[in-house]
Design a protein. Structure first.
Length: 58
């Protein structure tokens, strides 16, 4: 009997429409492969967001 688990499906989510699509894909892929699903929730720190907003563009 093979007891090796398949590699997990990992998806990053941040609440954006694109990440919602990625999450939908990952859920279905994990279901089809019978693999664990790992979600990585991404947030930008307020300090970094402020630096990015005030940084000159190249």
């Amino acid at each position: 009997m093979n007891t090796t688990l398949p590699a997990p499906i990992v998806v990053g989510v941040d609440g954006s429409p694109c990440s919602d699509l990625a999450l939908d894909w990952a859920i279905e892929e994990a279901r089809l492969r019978r693999a664990p699903l790992r979600l990585v929730y991404v947030v930008d720190s307020p300090a970094r967001a402020a630096r990015t907003a005030t940084s000159p563009t190249r």
